[in-house]
Design a protein around this ligand. Structure first.
Ligand code: DHE
Length: 521
């Protein structure tokens, strides 16, 4: 192989990677070295997909380092001894370039990818463990792509199982808390039985996916893709594909999907598109029709003439001023506030009326998906960290004015609280002290304390137990430095510390299914 590689490298060097011969050479290198794991079509196999959409979060130097050094604890070998820097650069150029034929993932591909549990044995009738099944934490460990189920009373793991590569977004639960659904960045959706501790079904819904949402009745799983530009509706029962909905505006311009959420009180999915200024509402359930106040409520004719399409998943299109990256709902799901990272600021949409009613000047790129609701000075507020500013912004949701600001030590990702806990917690992941969390008093917006669970190690994602008594913090580092640290949420005393492999997120089932105002849904 080495002789072949050297001659390939000679060709690459001669042609400088830009002409047709160079392109052919980098493709040959890919075919020889990468295709068996990552797929001849680059859609992935035992290794992840290698398409521009899959790699756009990584700098070219990082991709080159992975090719040269491999990845520990995976099957990715180190090619640094066989390939020189130019050959590695050629491969980086190849995998970050769009394939000559646009990638496609049809409903037939989705159906063919599906793996369903052998149903000769019925699912268990009750949890097969003694812990409170609603006070479990589902912990996503990104270091070695595993999920740990943690007993939220005793803080001991009850199961640990391999996940698909690179899960992203919060896992979503059925309303009874029995089943959990995961989405991976490569488009895999997994349904897992939290009573029987086994995978029920898996399917690849897309080639690159943002997140998923589950209808309140558990019947439909809606998956938001960036590649292809689609929303995919799956059966919540066995993940069979029900429909592929092109993500395109009313003029037919295709868009990546930013995110999909379910709005239970409205019996609908809300969908934000990343490239076109439209927000969608899709009702679910036979005959489901959200109630609107004071307007024409006719899905067939639409809120505005011509804006609603027919079919099993009719789309109510709401025109925006700019596309949305992420958003937050008021607890009654009547209002949505969404942010565009490109345009800055935030738009407020009245979902009943179906239009933008206000804009909020928030220069710091609010991370609204991580916002929480509470009462401040007697007013209902939304508080959100900012990705571009060292501050938490507090916005009154009765007037949509910014009425408070907490200066932090750096931009943060996640803000968390709990109805029964006196304080809210925020990370400073993108500042000079990413190892330190701030605890804020929501009554005064003063900083109560600073917590550094592991000096020098990233501390960033907080979730409370179902009673709000304890806060679980991620030290999001690969093993052996990663950990889950349990604090008493009132005294800040450390209660337990569990070794974990880059625990990027953890989710308390009770808080999620009850839609606690202190956490994401
Ligand atoms: Fe996330 C949730 C978008 C990068 C970890 N992230 C979400 C959600 C969105 C989003 C829209 C809500 C979906 C849901 O929960 O159903 N994330 C984005 C981005 O646009 C961004 C900045 C870049 C990208 O290309 O994806 C991004 N996210 C990251 C990371 O780099 C993080 C820190 C590590 C990782 O795993 O990739 C990360 N995102 C998370 C986590 C959640 C999440 C842990 C769930 C938070 C929760 O508590 O619900």
């Amino acid at each position: 192989m080495r002789a072949w590689l050297l001659s390939a490298i000679a060709l690459v060097a001669t042609h400088g990677f830009h002409g047709p011969a160079a392109a052919e050479t980098s493709e040959d290198l890919y075919t020889e070295l990468c295709a068996s794991c990552h797929g001849a079509d680059r859609y992935g196999g035992t290794g992840p997909a290698l398409l521009p959409e899959s790699l756009d979060r990584l700098k070219p130097e990082r991709i080159a380092a992975t090719i040269a050094e491999g990845r520990p604890a995976t099957q990715m070998p180190a090619f640094g001894e066989d390939l020189d820097a130019q050959a590695i650069a050629a491969l980086v150029g190849f995998v970050t370039s769009a394939p000559p034929t646009p990638p496609s993932w049809t409903i037939a591909d989705i159906a063919a990818s599906r793996i369903v549990r052998d149903d000769t044995t019925p699912l268990v009738a009750a949890p097969i463990y003694g812990a409170d099944p609603l006070n479990l934490f589902v912990v996503v460990e990104a270091g070695d792509h595993h999920v740990t189920l943690l007993d939220g009373d005793r803080f001991v793991p009850i199961a640990r199982f391999p996940s698909r590569f690179a899960l992203h977004g919060g896992p979503k639960f059925t309303a009874d808390g029995r089943f959990v659904f995961f989405a991976s960045r490569d488009g895999w959706v997994t349904k897992y039985d939290l009573w029987g501790l086994e995978v029920v079904a898996e399917v690849r819904a897309g080639l690159n996916t943002r997140n998923l949402a589950v209808s309140e009745d558990g019947e439909i799983v809606m998956v938001a893709n960036t590649l292809p530009r689609t929303l995919v509706a799956l059966s919540g029962d066995d993940l069979a594909p029900l429909a592929v909905i092109p993500a395109a505006d009313r003029h037919g311009t295709a868009s990546r999907v930013s995110a999909v959420y379910q709005a239970a009180p409205r019996a609908s999915f809300i969908v934000a598109l990343k490239d076109v200024p439209e927000l969608w509402e899709i009702p679910y359930g036979a005959g489901a029709r959200p109630v609107y106040s004071g307007f024409v409520h006719n899905w067939e004719e639409g809120m505005t003439e011509g804006l609603v399409e027919q079919g099993p998943f009719p789309i109510r299109r709401i025109a925006l001023e700019a596309p949305l990256d992420d958003f937050f709902f008021t607890p009654d799901y009547r209002w949505l506030i969404g942010a565009s990272r490109a345009a800055g600021g935030a738009q407020v949409v009245n979902l009943n009326v179906g239009r933008v009613v206000a804009t909020v000047p928030l220069p710091g790129l609010p991370h609204l998906g991580s916002g929480i609701a509470f009462t401040y000075q007697g007013r209902p507020v939304l508080a959100t960290p900012n990705l571009g500013e060292a501050a938490v912004s507090v916005i009154a949701t009765d007037t949509w004015e910014v009425i408070g600001r907490v200066a932090t030590g750096g931009p943060g990702f996640f803000l968390r609280g709990h109805e029964s806990s006196p304080y809210v917690w925020v990370d400073q992941s993108m500042g000079p002290a990413p190892d330190t969390l701030l605890v804020i008093d929501p009554a005064t917006l003063g900083i109560v304390t600073r917590l550094t669970p592991s000096p020098g190690k990233l501390a960033n994602h907080v979730e409370f137990t179902r009673d709000g008594r304890y806060a679980l913090v991620s030290v999001s580092e690969p093993a052996p430095d990663g950990a889950l640290v349990v604090y008493d949420a009132a005294t800040f005393q450390e209660i337990a510390r569990l070794a974990m492999n880059k625990p990027v997120g953890k989710y308390n089932i009770f808080n999620k299914i009850k839609r606690s105002t202190g956490t994401s849904h």
